[in-house]
Design a protein around this ligand. Structure first.
Ligand SMILES: Cc1cc2nc3c(=O)[nH]c(=O)nc-3n(C[C@H](O)[C@H](O)[C@H](O)COP(=O)(O)OP(=O)(O)OC[C@H]3O[C@@H](n4cnc5c(N)ncnc54)[C@H](O)[C@@H]3O)c2cc1C
Length: 397
């Protein structure tokens, strides 16, 4: 594993930095502007930002040129992610399209699906969601019950999904369904691309602890899906699902590692400005210990993520080791925001919109938001099982 940038990578980093310096919309850094956006206004703003990035050639860097990407290396993608975080640029709205749906279609999709779907993922013309979890099927994903039966050249889908991020603004859904209930549970699953505007699809938003409503329930009532939108082979959806989850964990960790580093820098800055017993919190020995521990953890996270990137660069598909990065990132982020609450003391209780909230309620929001990180994309308990059984080779519990 080589952690130094080559001269070509340094040049690329400078190119990213120069472009972002000019193009990142500065209003995004103004909390009054962001609070003034309606949910629909924020979506329009973020779509337009993704289009700007796309026009500049910065979305889907590692994707092949023929599908609208740039044919760059994963290391270049990581460099770009780091520069986006450094510039505090707005996020990509079509994140699930980019980190989940696109890579999966590239591995398992037909040529027709690649040409039809990939370019519109990149330019945010079509937003994607992921339809995996169900009310009775989360960690034990293979027990999913949403049913799809073939009727001529179409599947007819019936059932319910839950916790689907972005479903309320999505045009497409990568959906896992049961196509054969008569075989063992991992065998009768298929993956479909479902047009969210199809008759019979109903989306109901769910509100989170932060007050946001980022995720949803989706109901399918006799929804007809063309057979041409089957991804991979029929009844081989478990294989497709594993690809999706591995890409999700690899990409999530490499995207979020740098955001955690930035959050730590901001926390140290906040701690310097916050008084405890009349002195800056950074002079309190207990707080210093905790900040130093998070600093160490963030460094470990960076090295571990680079190890996964190196493995991918050498041509290996993301494997179960991606679970290590996702587990360590989500738990480090939670510890970081817990320390932030400790630094702020009772003032940490004040939320966005409160006149006295420190940093416009950023820390209390992130503290609450980070509770979801050890659940989404695989809970910590499940990731520990995967690491134990599939990375360390321990016997099944
Ligand atoms: C913010 C957020 C966004 C999400 N976005 C999406 C999305 O876009 N699409 C989607 O399909 N899903 C999404 N999810 C759902 C997520 O994938 C599930 O919540 C997750 O897989 C856990 O499933 P569950 O909630 O049903 O919990 P359960 O599986 O019911 O687990 C409950 C508890 O039991 C533990 N547990 C379960 N089985 C075991 C075991 N074998 N060993 C040890 N402990 C176990 C779990 O760790 C957990 O603590 C999202 C979730 C969150 C929080």
């Amino acid at each position: 594993m080589d952690l130094t940038l080559t001269p070509a990578e340094e040049k690329f980093r400078d190119e990213c930095r120069a472009w972002l310096d000019v193009h990142v919309p500065q209003q995004w850094h103004d909390s009054a502007f962001r609070e003034s956006l309606t949910p629909a206004g924020e979506i329009d703003f973020l779509k337009s930002w993704q289009q700007t990035l796309y026009n500049g050639g910065w979305v889907g860097l590692t994707w092949p040129r023929e599908y609208g990407g740039r044919g760059a290396t994963l290391m270049q993608q990581v460099i770009f992610n780091q520069e986006m975080a450094r510039a505090k640029a707005p996020p990509l709205i079509n994140v699930l399209g980019i980190i989940i749906a696109g890579p999966t279609i590239m591995v398992h999709g037909t040529e027709e699906q690649k040409r039809r779907y990939l370019p519109k993922i990149l330019n945010a013309e079509e937003i994607w969601c992921q339809g995996f979890s169900e009310p009775n099927s989360g960690s034990d994903l293979a027990s999913l019950a949403t049913r799809a039966s073939l009727d001529g050249d179409e599947f007819v889908v019936n059932g319910q999904k839950i916790w689907n991020s972005y479903a309320h603004i999505s045009q497409q859904c990568l959906l896992l369904v049961r196509t054969d209930p008569s075989v063992p549970k991992h065998k009768g699953i298929s993956a479909l691309i479902v047009d969210m505007q199809s008759p019979g699809v109903t989306v109901k938003p769910l509100r989170q602890i932060t007050g946001d409503a980022e995720f949803n329930e989706i109901f399918f009532d006799n929804v007809r899906v063309p057979r041409a939108d089957l991804v991979g082979e029929i009844d081989d959806g478990w294989n497709v699902a594993i690809t999706i989850l591995m890409f999700e964990r690899l990409n999530t960790a490499s995207l979020l590692e740098i955001q955690t580093k930035i959050a730590l820098d901001e926390l140290i800055d906040t701690a310097r400005r916050t008084l405890r017993n009349g002195r800056p919190a950074t002079e309190d020995p207990l707080i210093r210990q905790k900040l130093a521990q998070i600093y160490t953890d963030v460094e470990i996270l960076r090295l571990s993520t680079y190890r996964s990137v190196t493995r991918f660069q050498r041509g290996q598909r993301p494997g179960p080791e991606g679970s290590i990065d996702k587990l360590f990132w989500s738990e480090t982020a939670q510890r970081l925001f817990e320390v932030a609450m400790e630094v702020l003391g009772p003032q940490g209780q004040l939320v966005k919109g409160s006149k006295w909230a420190v940093d416009s309620g950023h820390w209390s929001y992130q503290f609450l938001r980070s509770r979801a990180d050890t659940v989404a994309g695989g809970t910590s308990e499940i990731l520990r099982n995967i690491i134990g059984e599939r990375v360390l080779g321990l016997p099944k519990g």
